[in-house]
Design a protein around this ligand. Structure first.
Ligand SMILES: [Zn+2]
Length: 419
């Protein structure tokens, strides 16, 4: 009996002790790794005395893009005491680039709180290089999109260690300032400018109604949303408090311009999402697909400026450029420096700063200057032509299926926030 009792105690003891022993065994190597962890100091001591210049630094939507003045085979490292993040670089015109797309690069939403030293690591020699910000831009502030009521602030700083300069990205948890927003929704037209029409139906009424509902639904998800107009009024295109000024002022990441299309052809119908040139289609596709899936509205059958199903891009054509030259002559100003790479629709172009080649400088007396045209930080903007007001099936959908259109837009925005 006594033997059996001791045996049971032994088994119980073995069970109780098994887990801690196992954990101790498993955890042991981790501890060793910690002891050999490379610190900032080690890295900074090791960096080459030659720095590499950051040639350009831009933020479009939620993506940071940088180019570096070197043709060495390097990888970009964001060095944090806890981990290294590494990003592949491509060679383009003797420079290293993160991405040729403006809405690509480092997703700033994905950076955890902390300090990151920005380094280039030579893939051949394994030498680390400090990078220095030689651009005209040093004061960027990026507020992350609100998630569970929380936001981070990202800043870019130049520091010194043992007379060596280095560049850091700092991510800190902050309370979002009142004047900072996540998303701007622009209800197209307004006031005397009623937009396209069909009988008693006017585009500007629909766009305001839709934008208000979209704002309400996004706010239910905890997002901070700003409308460019709250009532049936016309608003300025350029300058402070204008359609293109607001997204800069509130540092929004995403801007959706809500419009309805119109055509002389009764057959032309469907959804069209217009994007900036050098935008990689990723979110334009999410918008087009989600609207299409939720409403059953077809992808537009308009072949002009079509990039893919529901995705469109209009740039200045030779004829458009000719027309601006005529305008310049008529109003007696120097013509703008345009090429067929420049986004045509002003609310996409003028909200993206230097990334979208914003150019309106007020020389045309018909237009005000865009004071933000030289910004290196802009909103990722899409013109959403939800349907054709001129086509009866599309118009019926817009009148009766608002909820489905809003669902499609909301689902797309959720993806923008989470991806
Ligand atoms: Zn419109």
């Amino acid at each position: 009996m006594k033997k059996i009792f001791s045996f049971i105690i032994l088994i119980v003891l073995a069970f109780v002790l098994y887990k801690p022993i196992k954990n101790a065994l498993v955890k042991a190597p981790e501890k060793k790794e910690e002891n050999t962890k490379i610190t900032y100091e080690d890295i900074l001591k090791k960096t080459d005395d030659k720095n590499i210049d950051i040639d350009s630094l831009t933020i479009y939507g939620k993506h940071l893009n940088m180019t570096f003045n070197t043709d060495k085979d390097c990888v970009l490292i964001l060095k944090n005491n806890d981990k290294d993040l590494s990003y592949k670089l491509d060679l383009d015109n003797n420079k290293l680039i993160l991405s040729k797309y403006i809405n690509d690069g480092i997703n700033l939403e994905k950076l955890d709180v902390g300090e990151y030293i920005v380094l280039l690591k030579d893939n051949v020699t394994n030498i680390y290089y400090n990078v220095l910000n030689k651009t005209d831009y040093h004061d960027n502030q990026y507020y992350t999109i609100t998630r569970n009521g929380k936001n981070n602030l990202i800043t870019f700083n130049e520091k010194t260690y043992n007379n060596k300069k280095y560049f850091t990205i700092n991510v800190s948890s902050v309370k979002l300032p009142e004047n900072i927003y996540d998303i701007v929704i622009d209800p197209g037209h307004g006031g005397v400018d009623t937009g396209a029409g069909n009988g008693k139906y006017h585009e500007s009424k629909f766009t305001l109604d839709y934008a208000k509902s979209l704002k309400e639904e996004l706010e239910k998800l905890g997002l901070k949303v700003k409308l460019t107009r709250e009532s049936d009024v016309s608003i300025e295109s350029y300058g402070e408090g204008s359609r293109t000024g607001i997204p800069y002022e509130v540092k929004a990441k995403l801007m959706l311009d809500i419009h309805l299309n119109s055509s002389g052809s009764s057959k032309q119908r469907g959804v069209e999402i217009y994007k900036a040139s050098h935008d990689n289609n990723a979110f334009a596709k999410i918008l087009a697909d989600n609207i299409h899936n939720e409403t059953n509205i077809p992808y537009s059958n308009n072949p002009m400026n079509k990039v893919d199903d529901g995705i469109y891009m209009r740039v200045y054509s030779a004829k458009d450029i000719e027309n601006t030259k005529k305008d310049a002559k008529k109003y007696n100003f120097e013509p703008y420096n345009l090429d067929n790479d420049v986004t045509y629709y002003y609310f996409i172009r003028e909200t993206g700063g230097i990334m979208t080649k914003a150019f309106t400088d007020g020389r045309n007396p018909k237009k005000k200057a865009n004071p933000y045209r030289n910004m290196n930080q802009g909103v990722e903007a899409y013109l959403c032509e939800l349907a054709y007001i001129s086509q009866k099936d599309d118009l019926n959908m817009v009148i009766n299926n608002k909820e489905h259109f809003i669902n499609g837009l909301v689902k797309a925005v959720i993806k923008y926030v989470n991806e």
